[in-house]
Design a protein around this ligand. Sequence first.
Ligand code: SF4
Ligand code: SF4
Length: 222
Amino acid sequence: MITAEQKPIDEIREMINPYKRILAVGCGSCVAECAAGGQKETAMLASALRMAARMNHEDVTIDEKTLDRQCVRDFVIQLDDVIQNYDALLSLACGAGVQAVAEMFPEIPVIPALNTEFLGETRDQGLWIESCQGCGDCMLYFFGGICPISRCSKQLLNGPCGGSKNGVCEVDPEVPCAWQMIIDRLARFNALGRLEMIYPPKDWAKKQGKGPRKIIREDQQS
Ligand code: SF4
Ligand code: SF4
């Protein structure tokens, strides 16, 4: 999933300052899972903004609504009926959701309330870990299901650096060495032979070389 964190409230207040009727729009998918922009967080942020406005004697309306997903047009059209009541939207989606909403409603400013962070997993309550950088050429098979691009601090593809010690990364003692994990896991599957080939530098053209990426699936088009 895509992870995100809420921007500082002062930054949000500054961005919404020119507007009087604001709809805070939550997203019920990834950002709900990472407790940044779901229904609950949207209600809390809207309430905090209303309170701050009241304390400053500002005449502002801040309503809230949460869509299942802001990055899917079929859900964003649910704003059609209410959009005319507002002069700005405050989106608690990831950057993709903010842009999808802005593209569908070009006549109204869409302001991001979150900082989008990374592709990752929920490891524990209140703990999210980066695990994929969307490189466009997944190599998890070769590395026993541990991604060195995302989880090795130096993105090494051919074994650990000299700083790996007792299974811990030299960059941060809280971080396990990805290469130690790769070796342990491949050994468990009797697959250490996969490390005998030399992996060339990552071809980043598959990620960023040709501008914004798109996926076209004709079998999914009607
Ligand atoms: S190899 Fe690429 S696609 Fe696979 S997990 Fe790592 S960054 Fe993601
Ligand atoms: S200690 Fe391990 S995880 Fe850290 S940079 Fe070196 S190889 Fe990568």
